[in-house]
Ligand binder design. Structure first.
Ligand code: ZN
Length: 140
């Protein structure tokens, strides 16, 4: 299997069977956002233990890129501190913008690396980053 096929498979798997899909009853932070160019919508809810993300759930609808990114990002940030999450999101944005990035740190998220070749889709892949940043600012 080529790397490209493997990446496609990871995206489809996260799209069809999203991780962390649903709501948290009493979230410490919540944010939503949309990408009107494509019709993508994402809402994220988080709970924290100090500066560490204890739990995160999302709901949304839209294209496979936006929804699989939300699934992968929520999976990647669980149990991480806010500083670790900021570092991870900055590496992820580097990847989407075609810059050098730390592939080991990104894990499954690297499946979205091809998005950089389609500038219109970068907004789909980065919607969750915008929503997450807003949620982190909203943290009580
Ligand atoms: Zn989209």
């Amino acid at each position: 299997m080529s790397l490209e096929d493997l990446f496609k498979e990871i995206i489809i798997e996260h799209y069809q069977h999203p991780k962390n899909y649903g709501h948290i009853e009493h979230p410490d932070a919540k944010a939503d956002g949309s990408n009107p160019l494509c019709g993508d919508e994402i809402t994220m809810e988080l709970t924290f233990d100090g500066n560490t993300v204890k739990n995160v759930m999302f709901t949304g609808n839209g294209c496979s890129i936006s929804q699989s990114a939300a699934s992968m990002i929520t999976e990647a940030i669980k149990g991480k501190t806010i500083d670790e999450i900021k570092k991870l999101m900055s590496e992820y944005m580097n990847m989407l913008e075609g810059k050098d990035y730390d592939s080991e740190l990104l894990g499954d998220l690297e499946a979205l690396s091809d998005v950089k070749r389609y500038p219109a889709r970068v907004k789909c892949a980065s919607l969750s980053v915008a929503v997450l940043n807003q949620a982190l600012q909203d943290k009580k």
